[in-house]
Design a protein around this ligand. Sequence first.
Ligand code: GDP
Ligand code: MG
Length: 251
Amino acid sequence: MIFNIFFLGNAGCGKTRLAYAFNRWLKGRGFKSIVCNLDPAAEYFPYTPDFDIKGYVDARKLMVEEGLGPNGAILSSVDRMLKMFRVWFNDILNYDVDFRIFDTPGQLEILLYRNSAISIISKIGEKGRNVGVFLVEAKLVRDPVSLTVLLMQANITKVRLDMPTVLVISKSDLKLRNDLEMLLSNSEYLENRVVVEGVGGQKSAAILLCKALAQMPWRQRIIKVSSSKRSGFKNLYEIINEAMCVCGDLT
Ligand SMILES: Nc1nc2c(ncn2[C@@H]2O[C@H](COP(=O)(O)OP(=O)(O)O)[C@@H](O)[C@H]2O)c(=O)[nH]1
Ligand SMILES: [Mg+2]
Protein backbone atom coordinates (compact mmCIF):
# COMPACT_ATOMS: atom_id res chain seq x y z
CA MET A 1 0.00 0.00 0.00
CA ILE A 2 1.30 3.42 -0.98
CA PHE A 3 0.84 6.33 1.41
CA ASN A 4 -0.01 9.78 0.05
CA ILE A 5 1.12 12.21 2.73
CA PHE A 6 -0.22 15.76 2.43
CA PHE A 7 1.54 18.45 4.40
CA LEU A 8 -1.09 21.04 5.29
CA GLY A 9 -1.18 24.32 7.13
CA ASN A 10 -0.93 28.07 6.87
CA ALA A 11 1.54 29.86 4.61
CA GLY A 12 4.98 29.71 6.14
CA CYS A 13 4.24 26.96 8.67
CA GLY A 14 7.07 24.81 7.27
CA LYS A 15 5.39 22.47 4.76
CA THR A 16 7.98 22.78 2.00
CA ARG A 17 11.02 22.33 4.25
CA LEU A 18 9.43 19.43 6.02
CA ALA A 19 8.43 17.76 2.76
CA TYR A 20 12.05 17.81 1.72
CA ALA A 21 13.54 16.85 5.09
CA PHE A 22 11.06 14.06 5.79
CA ASN A 23 11.51 12.66 2.29
CA ARG A 24 15.24 12.45 2.89
CA TRP A 25 14.67 10.82 6.25
CA LEU A 26 12.39 8.19 4.70
CA LYS A 27 14.95 7.45 2.01
CA GLY A 28 17.63 7.16 4.67
CA ARG A 29 15.51 4.42 6.26
CA GLY A 30 15.41 2.51 2.99
CA PHE A 31 11.91 3.55 1.87
CA LYS A 32 11.12 4.61 -1.65
CA SER A 33 9.74 8.11 -1.41
CA ILE A 34 9.15 11.14 -3.63
CA VAL A 35 8.17 14.77 -3.09
CA CYS A 36 5.52 16.25 -5.34
CA ASN A 37 4.90 19.97 -5.52
CA LEU A 38 1.20 20.68 -5.95
CA ASP A 39 1.50 24.45 -5.66
CA PRO A 40 1.10 25.99 -9.13
CA ALA A 41 2.37 29.29 -7.74
CA ALA A 42 5.45 28.01 -5.89
CA GLU A 43 8.25 30.42 -6.65
CA TYR A 44 11.17 28.95 -4.85
CA PHE A 45 12.19 25.56 -3.51
CA PRO A 46 15.08 24.79 -1.24
CA TYR A 47 15.23 21.50 -3.19
CA THR A 48 14.22 20.06 -6.55
CA PRO A 49 10.94 18.19 -6.22
CA ASP A 50 10.64 14.83 -8.00
CA PHE A 51 7.41 16.10 -9.51
CA ASP A 52 6.46 19.73 -10.03
CA ILE A 53 2.93 20.63 -11.11
CA LYS A 54 4.33 23.82 -12.62
CA GLY A 55 5.59 21.70 -15.53
CA TYR A 56 1.90 21.39 -16.46
CA VAL A 57 0.12 24.32 -14.82
CA ASP A 58 1.97 27.47 -13.89
CA ALA A 59 0.00 30.25 -12.18
CA ARG A 60 2.50 32.91 -13.23
CA LYS A 61 2.16 31.97 -16.89
CA LEU A 62 -1.63 31.97 -16.58
CA MET A 63 -1.50 35.52 -15.22
CA VAL A 64 0.07 36.64 -18.47
CA GLU A 65 -1.89 34.37 -20.82
CA GLU A 66 -5.30 35.08 -19.32
CA GLY A 67 -4.71 38.57 -17.96
CA LEU A 68 -5.47 37.47 -14.41
CA GLY A 69 -4.36 38.81 -11.04
CA PRO A 70 -2.31 36.56 -8.74
CA ASN A 71 -5.30 35.12 -6.86
CA GLY A 72 -7.40 34.66 -9.99
CA ALA A 73 -4.48 32.85 -11.61
CA ILE A 74 -4.16 30.44 -8.69
CA LEU A 75 -7.87 29.64 -8.74
CA SER A 76 -7.80 29.13 -12.48
CA SER A 77 -4.69 26.93 -12.08
CA VAL A 78 -6.41 24.61 -9.63
CA ASP A 79 -9.38 24.20 -11.98
CA ARG A 80 -6.95 23.44 -14.79
CA MET A 81 -5.10 20.92 -12.60
CA LEU A 82 -8.34 19.01 -12.17
CA LYS A 83 -9.11 19.08 -15.89
CA MET A 84 -5.61 17.78 -16.70
CA PHE A 85 -5.48 15.37 -13.76
CA ARG A 86 -4.84 12.18 -15.72
CA VAL A 87 -2.05 13.76 -17.71
CA TRP A 88 0.08 14.93 -14.80
CA PHE A 89 -0.85 12.25 -12.29
CA ASN A 90 0.47 9.63 -14.69
CA ASP A 91 3.89 11.19 -14.23
CA ILE A 92 3.63 10.60 -10.49
CA LEU A 93 2.32 7.06 -10.97
CA ASN A 94 5.43 6.24 -12.96
CA TYR A 95 7.45 6.28 -9.75
CA ASP A 96 7.60 2.99 -7.90
CA VAL A 97 7.31 4.19 -4.31
CA ASP A 98 6.15 3.49 -0.77
CA PHE A 99 5.47 7.14 0.04
CA ARG A 100 4.38 10.13 -1.99
CA ILE A 101 4.80 13.37 -0.13
CA PHE A 102 2.62 16.22 -1.38
CA ASP A 103 3.62 19.80 -0.71
CA THR A 104 0.39 21.78 -0.92
CA PRO A 105 -0.40 25.38 -1.99
CA GLY A 106 0.68 28.21 0.26
CA GLN A 107 -2.88 29.34 0.77
CA LEU A 108 -4.74 26.75 2.78
CA GLU A 109 -8.07 28.29 1.78
CA ILE A 110 -7.61 27.03 -1.77
CA LEU A 111 -7.72 23.49 -0.46
CA LEU A 112 -10.62 24.21 1.83
CA TYR A 113 -12.95 26.13 -0.41
CA ARG A 114 -12.15 25.17 -3.97
CA ASN A 115 -14.06 22.10 -5.07
CA SER A 116 -11.48 21.36 -7.76
CA ALA A 117 -8.75 21.07 -5.13
CA ILE A 118 -10.85 18.73 -3.04
CA SER A 119 -11.61 16.58 -6.10
CA ILE A 120 -7.89 16.40 -6.91
CA ILE A 121 -7.06 15.13 -3.43
CA SER A 122 -9.84 12.58 -3.58
CA LYS A 123 -8.64 11.34 -6.99
CA ILE A 124 -5.10 10.98 -5.68
CA GLY A 125 -6.62 8.88 -2.88
CA GLU A 126 -7.84 6.36 -5.44
CA LYS A 127 -4.19 5.36 -5.86
CA GLY A 128 -2.88 4.86 -2.35
CA ARG A 129 -4.07 5.97 1.06
CA ASN A 130 -4.31 9.64 1.86
CA VAL A 131 -3.18 10.99 5.18
CA GLY A 132 -2.96 14.65 6.19
CA VAL A 133 -0.32 16.18 8.43
CA PHE A 134 -1.57 19.52 9.74
CA LEU A 135 1.32 21.68 10.88
CA VAL A 136 0.83 24.04 13.78
CA GLU A 137 3.69 26.49 13.75
CA ALA A 138 5.00 26.80 17.30
CA LYS A 139 5.70 30.51 16.92
CA LEU A 140 2.08 31.30 16.09
CA VAL A 141 0.88 29.87 19.34
CA ARG A 142 1.59 32.83 21.53
CA ASP A 143 -1.78 32.89 23.19
CA PRO A 144 -4.58 30.40 23.79
CA VAL A 145 -7.04 32.24 21.54
CA SER A 146 -4.74 31.97 18.52
CA LEU A 147 -4.27 28.28 19.26
CA THR A 148 -8.03 27.81 19.52
CA VAL A 149 -8.45 29.33 16.06
CA LEU A 150 -5.66 27.14 14.63
CA LEU A 151 -7.16 24.00 16.12
CA MET A 152 -10.53 24.90 14.66
CA GLN A 153 -8.86 25.34 11.30
CA ALA A 154 -7.15 21.96 11.63
CA ASN A 155 -10.52 20.35 12.33
CA ILE A 156 -12.15 22.12 9.41
CA THR A 157 -9.31 20.91 7.17
CA LYS A 158 -9.76 17.33 8.33
CA VAL A 159 -13.48 17.45 7.68
CA ARG A 160 -13.18 19.19 4.34
CA LEU A 161 -10.43 17.01 2.91
CA ASP A 162 -12.01 13.91 4.38
CA MET A 163 -8.88 12.02 5.32
CA PRO A 164 -7.21 10.81 8.52
CA THR A 165 -5.17 13.76 9.70
CA VAL A 166 -2.57 14.15 12.41
CA LEU A 167 -1.63 17.32 14.23
CA VAL A 168 2.05 18.18 14.40
CA ILE A 169 3.95 21.10 15.92
CA SER A 170 6.42 22.44 13.38
CA LYS A 171 9.63 24.45 13.92
CA SER A 172 9.92 22.96 17.39
CA ASP A 173 13.55 24.13 17.57
CA LEU A 174 12.12 27.60 18.26
CA LYS A 175 11.04 28.57 21.72
CA LEU A 176 7.68 27.04 22.57
CA ARG A 177 5.18 28.06 25.17
CA ASN A 178 5.93 25.88 28.17
CA ASP A 179 2.40 24.59 28.37
CA LEU A 180 1.90 24.10 24.60
CA GLU A 181 1.47 20.35 24.80
CA MET A 182 -1.03 20.69 27.62
CA LEU A 183 -2.96 23.33 25.62
CA LEU A 184 -3.09 20.99 22.64
CA SER A 185 -4.06 17.85 24.45
CA ASN A 186 -6.41 19.08 27.17
CA SER A 187 -9.36 21.13 25.98
CA GLU A 188 -10.47 21.98 29.50
CA TYR A 189 -7.05 23.47 30.18
CA LEU A 190 -7.22 25.37 26.88
CA GLU A 191 -10.60 26.81 27.78
CA ASN A 192 -9.33 27.85 31.21
CA ARG A 193 -6.38 29.63 29.65
CA VAL A 194 -8.73 31.42 27.21
CA VAL A 195 -10.81 32.56 30.16
CA VAL A 196 -7.72 33.84 32.00
CA GLU A 197 -5.65 35.22 29.11
CA GLY A 198 -8.23 36.07 26.44
CA VAL A 199 -8.93 39.73 25.75
CA GLY A 200 -11.38 41.64 23.58
CA GLY A 201 -15.06 41.58 22.84
CA GLN A 202 -14.97 38.16 21.19
CA LYS A 203 -13.60 36.28 24.18
CA SER A 204 -16.93 34.60 24.87
CA ALA A 205 -17.00 33.37 21.25
CA ALA A 206 -13.49 31.95 21.73
CA ILE A 207 -14.73 30.09 24.80
CA LEU A 208 -17.57 28.61 22.74
CA LEU A 209 -15.02 27.45 20.15
CA CYS A 210 -13.10 25.70 22.94
CA LYS A 211 -16.28 23.94 23.98
CA ALA A 212 -16.79 22.78 20.41
CA LEU A 213 -13.16 21.59 20.26
CA ALA A 214 -13.76 19.53 23.39
CA GLN A 215 -16.30 17.56 21.35
CA MET A 216 -13.75 16.73 18.66
CA PRO A 217 -10.52 15.86 20.45
CA TRP A 218 -7.53 14.80 18.40
CA ARG A 219 -6.90 11.69 20.48
CA GLN A 220 -3.25 11.56 19.59
CA ARG A 221 0.01 12.22 21.33
CA ILE A 222 1.59 15.51 20.38
CA ILE A 223 4.37 15.25 17.81
CA LYS A 224 7.01 17.96 17.53
CA VAL A 225 9.22 18.22 14.45
CA SER A 226 12.00 20.49 13.34
CA SER A 227 13.25 20.50 9.78
CA SER A 228 16.19 22.66 10.81
CA LYS A 229 17.34 20.19 13.45
CA ARG A 230 15.96 17.18 11.59
CA SER A 231 14.25 16.01 14.74
CA GLY A 232 10.95 14.29 15.45
CA PHE A 233 10.82 12.40 12.15
CA LYS A 234 10.67 8.95 13.69
CA ASN A 235 7.68 10.03 15.77
CA LEU A 236 6.09 11.60 12.70
CA TYR A 237 6.60 8.40 10.73
CA GLU A 238 5.06 6.32 13.50
CA ILE A 239 1.99 8.48 13.95
CA ILE A 240 1.36 8.58 10.19
CA ASN A 241 1.44 4.79 10.18
CA GLU A 242 -0.87 4.59 13.15
CA ALA A 243 -3.29 7.05 11.59
CA MET A 244 -3.60 4.71 8.62
CA CYS A 245 -4.06 1.58 10.67
CA VAL A 246 -6.42 2.73 13.38
CA CYS A 247 -9.00 5.44 13.04
CA GLY A 248 -9.29 5.96 16.75
CA ASP A 249 -7.04 6.70 19.67
CA LEU A 250 -3.41 7.61 18.87
CA THR A 251 -2.37 8.65 22.37
N1 GDP B 1 13.48 27.57 12.85
C1 GDP B 1 12.90 26.88 11.88
N2 GDP B 1 12.48 27.50 10.76
C2 GDP B 1 11.89 26.77 9.80
C3 GDP B 1 11.70 25.37 9.94
N3 GDP B 1 11.04 24.91 8.84
C4 GDP B 1 10.86 25.98 8.03
N4 GDP B 1 11.37 27.11 8.60
C5 GDP B 1 11.38 28.46 8.04
O1 GDP B 1 10.06 28.91 7.86
C6 GDP B 1 9.90 29.58 6.61
C7 GDP B 1 8.77 28.96 5.82
O2 GDP B 1 9.08 27.60 5.57
P1 GDP B 1 8.42 26.82 4.36
O3 GDP B 1 8.83 25.41 4.50
O4 GDP B 1 8.70 27.50 3.09
O5 GDP B 1 6.86 27.00 4.72
P2 GDP B 1 5.57 26.72 3.83
O6 GDP B 1 5.10 28.04 3.33
O7 GDP B 1 4.57 26.11 4.76
O8 GDP B 1 5.98 25.80 2.72
C8 GDP B 1 11.25 29.51 5.92
O9 GDP B 1 11.88 30.75 6.10
C9 GDP B 1 11.99 28.41 6.63
O10 GDP B 1 13.37 28.64 6.69
C10 GDP B 1 12.18 24.72 11.14
O11 GDP B 1 12.07 23.51 11.38
N5 GDP B 1 12.76 25.55 12.08
MG1 MG C 1 5.72 26.03 0.65
